[in-house]
Design a protein around this ligand. Structure first.
Ligand code: CTP
Length: 409
């Protein structure tokens, strides 16, 4: 069904159809819009069923349907109002009725930029809360006091600020701050998911800094908050404390590689510095070991994909020595270790480059060396070698091939 036909059928039955949310926001700011979400007003569910018999109801506590429009399965929600009635994101009373207007539906939404609708088929913009003005001014502002009713909106605002390069208004920071208590009742996946999306942006630091300013960093990512005020030797870290350094690294890694796992690994490489005792500062002896325990606790609190955990744990453990190894055996061990983790050798290299500013040759050429090491096969071991002896032979042959490679550069 074409969108025009969908809108016409709704209208002929006495209702109205709108596109809402992110699609309209992106359309207005001249970006390529993503998925379309629709809202219908003035229709009962019975009428909707009669009009669109193949629509699939997906909303559990309120009417949301999947309808194929212009070849894509799109969400069509009935206009609704929400009233907070308990903790967490499910703690809502939802009122949906054909009498509700689009203005009322937009009022329950998070920010003005996301509370603009496009009426169909006229394409008229419905903008009761001055979303367009804020979109053009690049400002994220809450629509109303309803913002705080879904605390993950605080993370959405921080994430969308990083995504769109929009500023967060002072009143939004206040509303975000007010989400602090409720955030503890949120499923960890919702929080992790917002962080993942922030890591996809070109400057993830914007997300973490916004959370810090809204006093939410300690509640949501205490491991990163602990880095604030952890001083470092000025000669190596003119940027400031371990938090500033971390923000620097996550942005640098994001400029160099697109993998979210690598960006996350860069983000957490120094989390061990968060538990350095005051009397040891500005030094952080052993932080690469302590960081592993902190990551493990983080993982218990907010289960992360195995690939994320493995890569981050490796980067935490190895990031210090990775840039300054001398013994060929140690170098070979490190490179083979890099080969076993889910991130690419190039990604590991970029994390170390961001952290150390310079790179040893064995990391600069890591993509070239690893295949050489892996080309050593136990099948070529001297006749009669078995078990452990084959393993030892492989390793010494790998060192030999590494030395050979090195002599040629
Ligand atoms: N919305 C909201 N509060 C939320 C999530 C969503 O008010 N916690 C509203 C906003 O109006 C949002 C719309 O629902 O624009 C659609 O949600 P979604 O597709 O999740 O977000 P978008 O803003 O469209 O875009 P994205 O999350 O992809 O940036």
């Amino acid at each position: 069904m074409k969108e025009d036909e969908f809108a016409r059928l709704c209208r002929e039955a006495g209702g109205k159809a709108y596109i809402v949310g992110g699609w309209v926001r992106d359309f207005l700011r001249g970006a390529v819009p993503k998925d379309k979400d629709y809202v219908v007003c003035g229709l009962s569910e019975e009428t909707f069923h009669e009009l669109f018999p193949s629509a699939e109801r997906v909303g559990k506590s309120f009417p949301v349907y999947l309808v194929r429009i212009d070849g894509t399965k799109c969400e069509v929600a009935f206009a609704r109002r929400e009233r907070k009635a308990g903790n967490g994101y499910r703690g809502f009373d939802v009122i949906s009725s054909p009498e509700l207007t689009i203005e009322e539906d937009l009022y329950r939404r998070d920010t003005t930029m996301n509370a603009v609708a496009m009426e169909l088929p006229s394409k008229e913009i419905i903008d009761p809360y001055k979303g367009r003005e804020d979109i053009f001014a690049h400002i994220i502002r809450p629509v109303s006091e309803h913002f705080r009713e879904d605390p993950v909106r605080a993370l959405r605002a921080a994430r969308q600020s990083a995504e769109l390069s929009f500023d967060i208004a002072t009143e939004t920071f206040e509303a975000m701050r007010a989400c602090g208590y409720e955030l503890q009742f949120e499923p960890a996946e919702r929080i992790f998911n917002e962080m993942v999306r922030a890591l996809r942006t070109s400057r993830p630091s914007v997300f973490f800094r916004a959370l810090r300013r809204a006093d939410l960093l300690e509640k949501v990512f205490p491991e990163l908050h602990a880095l604030i005020g952890k001083t470092q030797p000025v000669e190596f870290h003119p940027e400031g404390d371990a938090f500033e350094h971390t923000m620097n690294i996550v942005d640098k890694v994001s400029a160099a590689v697109s993998s979210e796992i690598a960006r996350f690994s860069g983000l957490v490489h120094d989390i061990g510095k968060g538990v350095t005792p005051e009397e040891m500062l500005p030094h952080h002896y052993g932080h690469e070991i302590k960081g592993g325990d902190i990551l493990e606790k983080w993982n218990q609190r907010m289960t992360m994909p195995k690939t994320w955990y493995q890569s981050a744990a490796f980067v935490i453990r190895e990031h210090m020595r990775a840039g300054r190894l001398e013994k060929p055996g140690k170098i070979v061990e490190l490179l083979l270790g890099v080969d076993r983790i889910p991130i690419e050798p190039k990604e590991f290299k970029e994390i170390i480059r961001a952290d150390h500013k310079t790179l040893p040759y064995y990391l600069e050429y890591i993509e070239e060396i690893i295949p050489i090491l892996k080309s050593v096969s136990g099948k070529d071991a001297p006749v009669g070698f078995r078990g452990k002896k084959i393993g030892e032979w492989i390793f010494s042959e790998q060192i030999h091939r590494y030395m050979e490679w090195k002599s040629k550069i």
